[in-house]
Design a protein around this ligand. Structure first.
Ligand code: NDP
Length: 242
């Protein structure tokens, strides 16, 4: 069953999620791909149509619990099981705390933390019922260190790391749990930055960015391990990032 897993990916319309979805479809898996921009998902389905697996686009807003429940239920109804969930959807509108962009703090908490929790809430009962499953969270090196302008973003990623680690500790051995923590990766993530100083700093920072395929490789590696091997965390940085 190694290469025909049913894998759900949140935030599959760009960047890391798109690369993960494309790689898993190329490896022969059935990928249920969720995001709000369904035109992007449809284009990805078209681009990967000749690959051995399949890509199934679903409109998904991870901040809406009912939406996340429906995302998981639809996949389960269609395929009869769910082998893995990749909780990848995230936003990063960076700013210093004293800029008081409180609405952006709220949005980061909603997507990066609540969205992850809703994904666990939807997947865990299925995993428990089928006595198998693999939950993969895309956290960040921001789950391990805090940089100026990234206090709230890092706070959400520390939370994502802690919640995922808690899930791992609490889960039966039949349920595997992996955190993938990327360094700087080329994607649309910085487009959500509205604070001019944070945007300028990020522009410089991103000069070393690696391609999202590097993170897709890490996810693929974790999924491909035999059932008694749980890759707990993979940190992938650009070689030039210290
Ligand atoms: P992108 O901006 O390219 O992709 C983000 C994805 O999240 C998009 O597919 C977007 O889809 C989706 N998304 C955002 N909000 C929602 C929502 N409410 N509901 C559903 N989907 C949503 O960024 P990346 O690929 O870089 O980011 C992916 C993950 O990787 C994030 O969790 C990010 O924090 C993490 N990460 C990224 C790093 C980097 O340097 N790029 C480094 C470390 C971690 P849509 O807008 O269509 O809904």
């Amino acid at each position: 069953m190694t290469n025909n897993k049913i894998v759900l990916v949140t935030g599959a319309s760009s960047g890391i999620g798109e690369a993960v979805a494309a790689r898993l479809v190329a490896e022969g898996h059935q990928v249920v791909a969720g995001a709000r921009r369904t035109d992007r998902l449809d284009a990805l389905a078209e681009r990967t149509a000749k690959e051995p697996g399949g890509l199934h686009p679903v409109r998904l807003d991870v901040t809406d619990r009912a939406d996340v429940e429906a995302f998981v239920r639809t996949a389960h109804d269609r395929f009869g099981r769910i082998d893995a969930v990749i909780a990848n959807a995230g936003i990063m509108p960076l700013s210093r705390l004293d800029a008081l962009l409180v609405d952006e703090w709220d949005r980061m908490i909603d997507v990066n933390v609540r969205g992850l929790l809703y994904s666990i809430a939807a997947a865990l009962p299925r995993f428990t019922a089928q006595d198998s499953g693999h939950f993969v969270t895309i956290a960040s090196i921001g789950a391990h260190e805090v940089t100026p302008t990234a206090a709230v973003y890092c706070g959400t990623k520390y939370a994502a790391w802690a919640i995922t680690e808690g899930l791992r500790r609490e889960s039966a051995p039949s349920i595997r749990v992996t955190t993938v923590s990327p360094g700087v990766v080329s994607s649309e993530l910085a487009d959500s930055i509205t604070d001019p100083d944070a945007a300028a700093a990020m522009h410089t920072y991103r000069a070393n960015a690696i391609e999202p395929g590097a993170i897709a490789g890490a996810v693929s590696y974790a999924l491909a391990q035999p059932g008694d091997v749980d890759v707990n965390e993979i940190v992938v940085r650009p070689a030039a990032q210290r």
